[in-house]
Design a protein around this ligand. Sequence first.
Ligand code: SF4
Length: 489
Amino acid sequence: MSLFSPRRYQPRFYPYDHPNAFLRFVGWGEYVIKSPLFGCRMCGNCILQETAFICPMTCPKGLRNGPCGGSTPERCEVDPSRPCTWYQIYERSENMGRTDILLEIQAPLDGRNVGHEQWLGLVKKWFQGEERPNPVHFIVDRKKWNERYDRFFLEMRQPDWWQGDALYHPPAYEQPVSNLERSLKAGRFTVTSEIAPPLSVTRKPLERKIEMLKPYVTAANFTDNASASPRMGSIACSAICVANGMEPVMQLQGRDRSRYSIQSDAIGAAELGIRNILCLSGDHLRLGPGPTPHPVQNDLDAIQMLWILRRMRDDGIYLDGRSIKNRPQFFLGAAASPYAAVPRYEAIREEKKVNAGAQFIQTQPIYDYDRFLEWLEAVDKRNLLHKVYILAGITPLKSARAAHFMADDVPGVVIPEEIVKRMDNASDQAEEGVAIALEIIEKLRSTPGIHGLHIMAVQWEDIVPRLMEESGLPLPMEITEPLETPASD
Ligand code: SF4
């Protein structure tokens, strides 16, 4: 237990290499002081000053840029007996008037510093620098204090190889790189749909679903071992989709992957003709069917993934600075969980994703329309609606059992009591589920700020054509000109 942070979920980090005895002694001293105060784990890349003195490494997923979509104010997705670390960071930052600093995109850990002390460098900087914070300003000019304070710690939190900031980085190209982007850019109400990857070594069911959905939706999402359950990988499914003449949205999640494999998978996907990539932090290993492995932390979160992939596309560089001769063309997306936290906190996270590089957002399924509008309003207040395309999530409920499961067990999904009751009392539950989905579609399609829908009919993809026909949603736009192909050797 610590004084200012929630209890840590993981043990402290130890360094891989051992510096001299004096540095070890200083490191030990830093740990002895910071551990009881902040639950410090000696990550060696401290951002405590930016997170209102609540250690983000107490988050079970180790997320350094905000909460995951599965947490709620009351409980963490991974360990429901504890509150969400990030929710506490938001609350305290708001009380301190320091929510703006939370928009800065924080780097993943630099392994060379992990486990090592950081205080000596700070002491040296304090005595060398003219720009150190002046304690008098803390009393007489809090704005100036904050400016100098943030600048003082900037080098420590933004290493040369990262250089994260709190600015919006629009895509550095004009012509759409995918048909999904082309459709959204043309102002057409656009629909995507999810196809569950097969459990076995067969492409037949996948191809059947692709053929069935092709006339109705602009692109098909392939999940990346959702709920930590292994299936055919999203890269393979996306490649099969391309080969069958349909555009995929390849989901790529940080869980199970390192910074190296994410860059490698993205480059490989680009070569296979996959242009739309949805970046996710990923459901925690705990949610898997088991036996569950020892919980490890993400190397990258969704925001860091977006930052890296955008720079590969727009700046032509890998994270390590090597240049990419033939740059990949990505239309980058992110997920949003409108019901996870209070809307004004959730919108901070969406702004960060958009700033990092998200060009479209697909949301969790919407059942509570009024609460969804609150989220949309918070996103609008952050001036995001003209910077990102929003596709609202739709999941038709096939049975009352599915409704209860979604309401009780799926993180980030809220189903109002009246909808659950309607499902419970229906004589034909699947028909009632379709009726509810059509009602929600009707509301969403006329909601300003919504650019399309993302239908996630889990293991019920056959219902998508019916939803499209009965709701009268526009079909995919006719493609008359091929997309520009990237340069290659
Ligand atoms: S951010 Fe890292 S160094 Fe700072 S308190 Fe947390 S674990 Fe310790």
